[in-house]
Design a protein around this ligand. Sequence first.
Ligand SMILES: [Zn+2]
Length: 252
Amino acid sequence: MRVGAHVPSGRPLEEASLRDADVMQIFLSNPHQWRSPLQRTDAEALGTAGIPIYVHAPYLINVVSGNPRLRNRSRRLLAETVNAAESVGAVGVVVHGGHATGAATVDEGLVRWEKTLKPIESPVPILIEDAAGGENAMVRSVEDLARLWDAIGDLGVGVCLDTCHAWAAGEDFQNLAPRVMSATGRIDLVHANDSKDGFGSRRDRHTNLGDGQIPPELLIHVIRDAGAAVVVETPGGAEAQAADIEWIRTRL
Ligand SMILES: [Zn+2]
């Protein structure tokens, strides 16, 4: 099982090696801005390095927004991010399920997801990530995932399961991975993060593995059951993330 980290995007291969990561996740543009990704000068080196790369799309993206302007901007930036991901040989683009804001309903959100995905043609799959909370979240519970997959599951999308978010959402960890599998047929990536907050808190504050409120045996249980690549998105830089990666490897 490959275990790695979300690393700074300046020199990702060096960052991965500092952490002894055998998979990595990066941003291809500022995650808090609408700016389009630029062509990377190290694209070829990244694509041939032999270490799977996941790209995390910017946080601002909400393809189910009730605001048409934000929705269209989101779709454009997601499509651009998928193209840029292809140019670095990435194996997936992680994006949040989003929130049906304004007067929008979750049912409209399903249609909006479909409209987002249909025009995007890329060998790099989009991986939809679960959310910790928020009003009208498209994907908080496994039931939400099942409903979304009924609408878009045949469009080549994948699943990114974040343990901190699932904990904050109040999902039962004992059977979490099998339930996700039966809802979607796949788990492509696990974001292995501990949670500073309690079960069902709906708060999204990642912390280092073993330092938060998720019982270690449950965290490992979900990671093992998922059987997918694992990326930590934890604080503390290279040293702390290397320890998190080691924490997982020794327990698996
Ligand atoms: Zn995550």
